[in-house]
Ligand binder design. Structure first.
Ligand code: FPP
Length: 253
């Protein structure tokens, strides 16, 4: 079912959101280029949408929001674009602290932030520290993040624990992932029309519901997110079971 097929579903009613949401914010560059603007303007507009959508998720009751802000592979972009993105990130980290505190939003980070420029790292450290006691929602930025790189880091950490390989379980590795404090996403949205994961949360998306939106990130609005949540609640998550088994369990609840 697509968002356009939602006409039969009343979307004015409050629907429970996915507790853990992940978003690949794609389409900034194309949005800008289609308007004859430099790509950096797409990112600037995208940063405004980050503010708006984070606020909406907090209001809707999302517990953790993962945002793919800068991938490990993004380091190969032109230096001017990387500098613009780092500048926007720094601005966001400085300006948003009061709003995050007001709304009980705790900042988190996954990836390899040691690679970020010093000023960005300093702003990040301040925002992480300032919001560490907030409990309403986690906003987890993926910075210099790659899913495969994260898996290698986790494997190295696990090997260093000294636990005998015969004792390794799925949870042994999961506990070493950057995402261990937050958990696996229930729903992943990618904006911008492409249908791929681009090295984002590869392990964590095993049973995640996926939604691909044609809308470029700078044009993504709350209403579309609300509609996507309305579609999400209608999905039956089976985790390998048959539909009948899931219905039987739901009846008991
Ligand atoms: C992908 O679009 C987007 C990014 C690589 C960066 C996302 C960054 C922001 C939305 C702004 C800064 C972030 C925060 C948290 C304040 P793209 O450039 O690949 O778009 P394209 O596919 O159209 O070229």
């Amino acid at each position: 079912m697509t968002v356009t097929e939602l006409k039969t579903i009343r979307t004015d009613q409050v629907v429970p959101p996915p507790p853990i949401l992940a978003i690949i914010m794609d389409g900034n560059g194309r949005w800008a280029q289609a308007r004859g603007l430099p790509r950096e303007e797409g990112h600037r507009e995208g940063a405004k949408v980050v503010r708006n959508i984070t606020e909406y998720c907090r209001e809707a009751g999302v517990k953790t929001l993962y945002l793919y802000a800068f991938s490990e592979q993004n380091w190969c972009r032109p230096p001017e674009e990387i500098a613009a993105l780092m500048g926007l990130l720094e601005e966001f980290l400085i300006e948003e602290i009061p709003t995050m505190l007001e709304n009980g939003i705790r900042l988190g980070v996954i990836g390899d932030p040691a690679r970020l420029p010093e000023e960005t790292r300093a702003a990040l450290a301040r925002a992480l520290e300032a919001t560490r006691s907030c409990t309403e929602m986690n906003l987890v930025l993926s910075l210099s993040y790659g899913g495969r790189e994260e898996l290698v880091r986790a494997a190295v950490r696990l090997a260093k624990t000294g636990l005998a390989p015969e004792q390794w379980r799925e949870s042994s590795l999961a506990n070493q992932l950057d995402t261990a404090p937050y958990g696996d996403p229930d729903l992943l949205i990618r904006t911008g029309g492409e249908m791929r994961l681009s090295n984002f949360l590869l392990w964590q998306c095993s049973y995640c519901e996926l939604h691909f939106s044609q809308t470029p990130w700078p044009a993504f609005e709350r209403e579309e997110l609300r509609d996507i949540f309305a579609l999400y609640v209608q999905r039956q998550r089976r985790f390998g079971q048959t539909p009948g088994q899931v219905w039987a369990k739901e009846r008991v609840r």
